[in-house]
Write a protein that binds this ligand. Structure first.
Ligand code: NDP
Length: 503
């Protein structure tokens, strides 16, 4: 410890001569108002907590770098991807989604997989999950969905009825539910899982030609998952096992790494594709769009302060750099608003100036001013309005991205697409999973869904049946449901099925 850290001081730097006894009138005596050290210490303690994230509250993070290993300049002009061998610093945070800040790392849940690239053109954030798809495709459903994964408003308990009620009333969730209830829903550690953008993004090159892309971070440690029994044991043995594992591995010098791949689709291909390329409940099968390697992410440095660097780290899918932009994916459009908004609530309007979030490229130069906790290190030396005649920052026309054409009526419109919600979940069950994956999937579902009301079990099992008859039949058997009833519910439209299971 340096010499200047050896003397205890108050928040404004003056030395404290005694930190064990409050200042009193007499002995023992009441404490005195003039004990400003006591007042400051209590007042700061009273304000130690900030709101936890409404989702992804429990997480761990580390610093590292990204190295480009392939020349993809014909697809994107992003400078951090412009040269083979180029390295860019980054901070990554992994998390569970539904649990509170003190919840167990081994819970069945998607895992957040967020990467902040400190590029020379500003920060680029890739804010994904360890699953390539999501439960819903419309952001209007998001708050409801998350409520069902959290605690019941009356009992403050996790509630299997509301968990499965919402999913069974939202059949587009079946693909993600199948992944979540496979053993990949309980990764052995953050190091042993893949990360996916899940959304489609735009890449554009220096000629303004654009492409649609999906990101895949493939773990170089190999996929390793817990079985349900192993996860249950880990939850009680060490609720923080994944947080500990990440930091211990880095301390040992075993730096975790991921190979970044992208799938690339031209706008012309997107127009004709059999799946909606902007539907987050679907993947682009690899046979249609083979992944192309982009580079490698390595994590090699632990944070020094959990609060300053992990808790205050704030990622947003709206943080782009030239060469990368959004797609028309509706869920993404909702997230473009919500991430910055939640950080403003959690950390204040100047959270982008905190060291872990600040761009390393340049100062933030704009006319947004002041606000709580503004250290005054940016936006100084010029007026607070634009345009001005005093040399303030001006837009750079070179930063423009391509325009895309959209058309249609402005209205709340039901999602209609010829491809159904069940086909890819069925493909996963039939073609990708091994027999032991399927057995574990069924066991994981039965042990969880079995706690919900029978009518909800029936409605959800009919959805499994629609994805694949063997899948639905095995869940029905595990739950001792009448298979004839399940089959007849599976034949109905969703509207009829809901009506038939209302009581
Ligand atoms: P492929 O056979 O080419 O690829 C299968 C993919 O599934 C691999 O990426 C593999 O990941 C992953 N996978 C294996 N087991 C599971 C599991 N239990 N849960 C989730 N993913 C798993 O298949 P397709 O591309 O034709 O897609 C078939 C199905 O595979 C999809 O419907 C989707 O459910 C799933 N999938 C597809 C992805 C894609 O982007 N195309 C990505 C992830 C899953 P790994 O190589 O790391 O083992």
């Amino acid at each position: 410890m340096s010499e200047d850290k050896k003397i205890l001081t108050g928040n404004f730097g003056a030395s404290v001569y005694n930190d064990q006894n409050s200042m009193t009138a007499g002995n023992p005596g009441p404490v005195l108002m003039q004990d400003v050290h006591l007042l400051e210490k209590l007042a700061h303690f009273d304000r130690e907590r900030i709101p936890e994230r409404v989702v992804h509250a429990k997480g761990a993070g580390a610093y590292g770098y990204f190295e480009a290993t392939n020349d993809l300049t014909k697809y994107t002009r992003a400078k951090f991807l412009s040269k083979v061998g180029k390295r860019t610093g980054l901070f990554a945070r992994f998390s569970t989604v539904g649990g509170e800040k003190g919840s167990a790392d081994a819970e069945r849940d998607p895992r957040g997989f967020a990467v902040k690239f400190y590029t020379e053109e500003g920060n680029y954030d890739m804010v994904g999950n360890n699953t390539p798809v999501f439960f819903i495709r419309d952001p209007l459903k998001f708050p409801d969905f998350i409520h069902t994964q959290k605690r019941h408003p009356v009992t403050n308990l996790k509630d299997p009825d509301m968990f499965w009620d919402f999913l069974s009333l939202t059949p587009e969730s079946i693909h993600q539910v199948t992944i979540l209830f496979s053993d990949r829903g309980t990764p052995r550690s953050f190091r042993h899982m893949n990360g996916y953008s899940s959304h489609t993004f735009m890449w554009y090159n220096d000629k303004g030609k654009y492409f649609w892309v999906q990101y895949h971070f493939k773990t170089e440690q190999g996929i390793k998952s817990f079985t349900r029994e192993e996860a249950d044991r880990m939850k009680s043995a060490d609720p923080d096992h994944a947080t500990r594992d990440l930091s211990d591995a880095i301390k040992r010098g075993e730096y975790p790494s991921w190979r970044l791949e992208v799938q690339i689709m031209t706008p012309e291909q997107a127009e004709k594709y059999r799946f909606d390329p902007f539907d987050i409940t679907k993947v682009w099968p690899h046979a249609d769009y083979p992944p192309v390697t982009v580079g490698r992410m390595v994590l090699n440095r632990n944070p020094e302060s959990y609060f300053a660097e992990v808790e205050q780290s704030a990622f947003s899918p709206a943080n782009f750099v030239p060469g990368i932009g959004p797609s028309p994916d509706k869920m993404l459009q909702g997230r473009l608003f919500s991430y910055h908004d939640t950080h403003r609530h959690r950390l204040g309007p100047n959270y982008h100036l905190l060291p872990v979030n600040a761009s390393k490229a340049s100062n933030t130069n704009n006319y947004q001013r002041d606000g709580f906790m503004n250290p005054g290190t940016s936006n100084i030396g010029y007026p607070n309005y634009y345009p001005n005649s005093f040399g303030g920052p001006a837009p750079d026309p070179k930063a423009v991205g391509p325009a895309i054409t959209v058309s249609g009526q402005a209205a709340r419109q039901e999602y209609i697409h010829p491809n159904d919600d069940f086909v890819q979940a069925g493909d996963l069950y039939r073609e990708v999973m091994t027999e032991s994956d399927r057995t574990n999937l069924i066991g994981n579902i039965v042990s969880h869904l079995g706690n919900a009301q029978k009518r909800i079990q029936l409605r959800q099992t009919a959805i499994f049946y629609k994805a694949d008859p063997d899948y639905g039949s095995r869940v029905a058997k595990g739950l001792e449901l009448d298979l004839k009833k399940v089959k007849s519910l599976a034949k109905m439209s969703q509207e009829e099925r809901v009506k038939a299971t209302q009581k």
